[in-house]
Design a protein around this ligand. Structure first.
Ligand code: ZN
Length: 281
């Protein structure tokens, strides 16, 4: 079983100290995938100055040189990996960025190219801002050949363009829902990557202020029962002492289970046998 960790919203407004505070004793156990915003526009949340909540101004990540130096070092140490988290992460009157913004193909291409250059790394994963992805948004991500690391991925064929794998994937998800005695409206996280023609998708378990240790452990145990994998997703800016202790206890629990391997988020998408080969190499 593969276990990974994702953290959202690293951007111009982030200081290395905030990430150190949460992850300095975690990333040697499991690398942290930082879903990073290349050209952040402010919105209302902790950690963004109030003066920028509605200013519409754009802040390139590269203008925060302390953060860039720090990220490059952590990436080289393999403690951190980078995913693309939108382009500006701005909110529109009629939706979030990857539901409502124009020009999604350009945003993906420019955002990825910029982060790869500034941080000297390769990016293969996309995390939608606010976990919101319209059909048009998903089409653009798929065209860009990025894999989606999401949280509330809609599997309904009506919410996505079809390729030859859409129907088989829909049946896979249905079988899982039946096997776990869930109704249509019940929340669940499908514990395997779903591969489509041009991209793959994997869903994470959120660690937010209402999440308990039992919530995450029951998600982990279910994924394990079905031979699946597991990824926790959180935001450094809302990780307090309680959330941090939930995270550490879940990692402690996972470390006691036979066959568990802590991996980068990118490795969740690799075929399982290629990882086994690497472990034996
Ligand atoms: Zn975000």
């Amino acid at each position: 079983m593969r276990i990974a960790l994702r953290d959202d919203d690293t951007c111009y407004f982030t200081s290395p100290a905030e990430l150190e505070r949460v992850y300095a004793d975690v990333w040697d156990r499991v690398p942290v995938c930082l879903a990073t915003v290349p050209f952040a526009v402010g919105y209302q949340r902790a950690g963004i100055p109030k003066s920028e909540w509605h200013s519409g101004r754009r802040f390139p990540l590269g203008d925060n040189s302390a953060l860039v130096d720090w990220l490059r070092r952590r990436i080289a140490e393999r403690r951190v990996t980078i995913a693309l988290h939108g382009y500006t992460h701005e909110d529109y009157p009629d939706g979030f960025e990857f539901q409502a913004a124009p020009d999604l193909d350009r945003r993906l291409a420019e955002g990825r190219e910029y982060l790869e250059r500034v941080l000297d790394t390769r990016i293969g994963l996309f995390v939608p801002p606010h976990n919101a992805l319209s059909k048009r948004g998903l089409d653009a991500v798929s065209r860009a050949g990025l894999n989606v690391l999401g949280s509330f991925i809609s599997f309904r064929p009506s919410n996505r363009s079809w390729d030859r794998r859409t129907a088989p994937n829909w049946w896979r998800v249905r079988r899982f829902r039946r096997a776990t005695a869930r109704r249509r409206s019940d929340h669940f996280v499908y514990p395997h990557p779903l591969r489509y023609d041009r991209h793959a998708e994997f869903a994470c378990h959120g660690l937010i202020p209402t999440t308990t240790y039992d919530d995450l452990v029951s998600g982990l145990d279910e994924a394990r029962r079905f031979g699946g994998d597991f990824c926790v997703a959180t935001h450094y800016w809302e990780v307090d002492e309680r959330l941090k202790s939930v995270l550490v206890r879940v990692l402690d629990h996972a470390a006691t289970l036979p066959g568990v391997r802590f991996v980068t988020a990118d490795e969740l998408f690799e075929p399982a046998d290629s990882l086994a080969d690497r472990a034996h190499a």
